[in-house]
Ligand binder design. Structure first.
Ligand code: ADP
Ligand code: ZN
Length: 524
């Protein structure tokens, strides 16, 4: 029987149902697909799990020809290709690891038009011989997954991605769809510029992950704090540290404390990494302590918490890493341990880095991260605003919303600290000053005669964490500074004098030492 030709809209919705088995599109998918079918470039910003893949898979199937998908990780490619093949789609992947015979076979299939989606690693794609062959194959679309890797300003720049800037020149008639789960404004503009996207349609999905509760604690005894937190959690978690040595150390301590923990970083042999990754997926390990090398491409939906033992360098990284928690939509926790010393250290790294042309951007990005950690207002609001998803509401599911900072006249407490710093000759670390305040008698105190000081023991009534927290607040208010050129000892600043003399009142926040699980806050 004669059937009227189907409109493209019906065709792609038919594919959604027939191939993928879904009844309706998710937010953004349809408009992206329709722009692509009309031949436009696009930039798709959707959080992890938002459904980016369909945005190029459906156009790939709806148009004649082959879609070439660039993806940075072989494991991701395999997963995608397996899923597509299981749905009856001709999809293949090509890496540098395949044999010449396999590659030949693949090219034959491509020429014969048998392959609808070809996944390739970026360095493979941009090999001259390969590009040459692609010119003989009808390409309907280039999809660039994890597109932020093309930008130096993103958190995960990859040299191989830079080559992709040539694609547009090589294939001016073929639309490009760039996809990523994190890109702030600067990175977004850079992706468009680097890939040479032509007046792209930009779709930005909601970046809110309402089931993740964001928490920040002042770091002073990080391992104890971590242990206390992890003991209260159920299910699996990831603990991010900023160095391999720290990963090894924290993982060993957790294991010694009876936790089912393993360390993961790029310095381990790849077989060991595979075993650990597999062990995490199959719940043999509850906790993975890792550098940022861990996570991308790990498809575990029931990660219940992510801890940042050290401060990340950008809000983008932080968002990406915390985003690995709670992908199943169930409640999840993100905990950041925030330390003033980390701030100085990271600022120095950036300043000493070899990429001087990008230092300003990196410093700005880091300043935003620091501001997030130091904030006294809703964390989610800050995160969402950072990604230009402006929100005037407080979320009710972050540490600040659940336990709002309370203020008090901190003049007397500040004087205790400042005079103690003065009496120890401005030659002691925060920990030592806290010990003196609390009247400790240990060797280092006795050796230096610090038990004789008038400030020895004047802070006995409060906990260690309390004093650490107030010291950090004084640093943030510019009354104290940490001298990183001298093992992190505390120094008074100009501003300290007026407070010490009682000439200037000082408001401080009541220290929040543990995470309030929310009951008290609900009542206010
Ligand atoms: P992303 O790449 O953005 O992290 P995926 O493309 O892997 O996300 O999609 C995440 C999950 O959502 C997958 O299991 C996918 O099958 C599912 N999904 C995507 N689009 C739809 C849809 N329109 N309806 C139902 N499920 C969908
Ligand atoms: Zn909040």
């Amino acid at each position: 029987s004669a059937v009227a030709p189907q409109s493209p809209v019906i065709q792609h919705q038919q594919l959604l149902k027939d191939v993928f088995g879904y009844d309706s599109y998710r937010d953004g998918q349809q408009t992206v697909i329709e722009h692509t079918l009309a031949g436009n470039d696009s930039l798709v910003l959707m959080p992890t799990g938002g459904g980016k893949s369909l945005c190029y898979q459906i156009p790939a199937l709806a148009m004649p020809g082959t879609c070439v998908v660039v993806s940075p990780l072989i494991s991701l490619m395999k997963d995608q290709v397996d899923a597509l093949q299981a749905a009856g789609v001709r999809a293949e992947y090509l890496t540098s690891a395949q044999s010449p015979e396999q590659t030949q076979q693949l090219f034959r299939a491509l020429h014969d038009g048998h392959i609808k989606l070809l996944y390739v690693a970026p360095e493979r794609l941009m090999q001259l011989a390969f590009i040459e062959r692609l010119h003989h194959i009808p390409i309907n679309l280039f999809a660039i997954d994890e597109a932020h890797c093309v930008s130096h300003w993103g958190h995960d720049f990859r040299q191989d991605y830079r080559l992709l800037g040539n694609l547009k020149r090589q294939f001016p008639g073929v639309p490009i769809t760039a996809l990523t789960a994190t890109a702030d404004l600067a990175t977004r503009h850079d992706i468009i510029a680097q890939l040479g996207l032509d007046d792209p349609y930009v779709f930005k999905g909601s970046f809110d992950r309402p089931n993740i509760r964001y928490n920040v604690l002042q770091k002073y005894k990080p391992f104890e704090q971590l242990k206390g937190f992890v003991q209260q959690q159920e299910g699996s978690g990831i603990v991010y540290c900023n160095s391999r040595a720290k990963v090894d150390d924290v993982a060993a301590k957790l294991a010694a404390a009876g936790f089912n923990a393993a360390g993961y970083h790029a310095g381990l042999e790849s077989e060991i990494r595979d075993v650990i990754q597999q062990g995490f997926l199959t719940d043999r390990y509850d906790i993975i302590v890792a550098t940022v090398a861990f996570g991308m491409g790990i498809n575990k939906s029931d990660v219940r918490y992510v801890v940042h033992y050290d401060l990340p360098r950008s809000v983008e990284s932080y968002y990406q890493e915390t985003g690995r928690a709670g992908r199943d939509g169930m409640p999840a926790e993100a905990l950041l341990l925030f330390d003033e010393k980390d701030v100085s250290r990271i600022q120095q790294w950036i300043a000493n880095g070899d990429n001087s042309d990008r230092q300003d951007v990196e410093l700005q990005k880091f300043a935003a991260m620091e501001a997030f950690a130091d904030a006294q207002t809703c964390r989610r609001q800050i995160l969402l605003n950072y990604f230009s998803q402006f929100s005037a509401n407080h979320c009710g599911n972050c540490d600040i919303c659940l336990d709002p900072p309370k203020r008090f006249d901190g003049s007397v407490e500040a004087q205790k600290i400042l005079s103690c710093v003065y009496r120890v000759g401005q030659q002691s670390t925060p920990q030592h000053v806290v010990d003196v305040l609390r009247g400790k008698q240990h060797k280092r105190i006795v050796e230096q005669g610090h038990q004789q000081l008038t400030t020895h023991g004047i802070g006995k009534d409060q906990s260690e964490g309390y004093w650490h927290n107030l010291i950090f607040q004084l640093i943030h208010q510019g009354l104290l500074r940490i001298d990183i050129t001298q093992n992190g000892v505390l120094k008074l600043t100009e501003g300290a004098r007026a407070v010490l003399k009682g000439e200037q009142p000082l408001t401080l926040a009541v220290p929040r030492l543990t995470l309030n699980r929310g009951k008290a806050a609900k009542a206010t």
